[in-house]
Design a protein around this ligand. Structure first.
Ligand SMILES: [Zn+2]
Ligand SMILES: [Zn+2]
Length: 261
């Protein structure tokens, strides 16, 4: 079966408490053998849960950070958890961290300061950075450049910018990850962005439980559904489904420094 790698899933969350084992089994049955679990939603219990999940499953790896929505709530204790977990061998990146000026749930100055501090943590543990950037692409690029984040590897997850933004990230050397949003009718600028990203920098993700792709839109998203996103990204990239699948698995392994299956 064609293998896919879900590069960004929140399967640690309470949305999956009732049926997590079944969700993971459905992913494997759909060819989604591997996934990166993003431990960054709300308080650091998300990071703790994600690392525990990665410890229990050889095809799951974790990231740790605090989402830009929640940075205003960060305490010294939250930082201590991230500092403790960041060097863990099953933690493959710092993230998701970044800037979200669309929701502005935390003040922008706090988002920027925390983004810079997580890039610094990534340098100290020598791991790549998974970035959540919404309506803040210029500020984000300035912080990534100033923080020399490209030396570590950078993923722009759930890309929602313009083709010009995609081109700018590609020129910088970022990996760009596409979610189920790319299947939505209104997402033509995102579809137009795919050919501007070099093939060896393309990633796919669910961002589950959010953003289920068409034809699952409105349902709880899960890693098995990344198949539908892969189909659309393949057609935008002018690639066969099988080639896009193999390319994105290889890319995900490269950026997160995993050995290819
Ligand atoms: Zn995000
Ligand atoms: Zn996410």
């Amino acid at each position: 079966m064609t293998q896919l790698f879900d590069s960004h899933a929140h399967v640690d969350g309470p949305e999956f408490d009732a049926d997590r084992a079944e969700v993971l089994a459905r992913a494997r049955a759909a060819g989604v053998q591997r996934m990166i679990v993003i431990g960054a939603v709300g308080d650091p219990s998300s990071a703790e849960r994600s690392v525990a999940l990665a410890e229990s499953d050889p095809n799951v790896w974790a990231t740790v950070a605090t989402h830009p929505h929640d940075v205003e709530k960060m305490t010294p204790e939250w930082w201590a958890v991230h500092e403790r977990l960041a060097p863990h061998p099953r933690v493959v990146a710092i993230g998701e961290t970044g800037l979200d000026y669309y929701y502005d749930h935390s003040p922008r100055e706090a988002q920027k300061a925390v983004f810079e501090r997580f890039i610094d943590l990534a340098h100290r543990v020598n791991k790549p950075v998974v970035c959540h950037i919404r309506d803040a692409h210029e500020d984000a690029r300035a912080i990534l450049i100033a923080g020399r984040a490209m030396e570590l590897g950078v993923v722009i997850h759930c890309f929602t910018g313009t083709p010009d933004d995609a081109r700018a990230y590609a020129e910088l050397g970022c990996y760009v990850s596409f979610s189920g949003i790319i299947t939505y009718k209104t997402a033509q600028p995102i579809r137009d962005s795919v050919p501007l990203v070099p093939r060896d920098r393309l990633l796919i993700e669910t961002d589950c439980p959010y953003l289920a792709p068409i034809p699952k839109r409105g349902k709880r998203n899960e890693p098995a559904f990344v198949v539908h996103t892969a189909e659309v990204v393949a057609s935008c990239a002018g690639m066969s489904y099988e080639d896009l699948a193999a390319q994105t698995v290889a890319n995900t392994c490269r950026v997160f420094r995993l050995t290819s299956p």
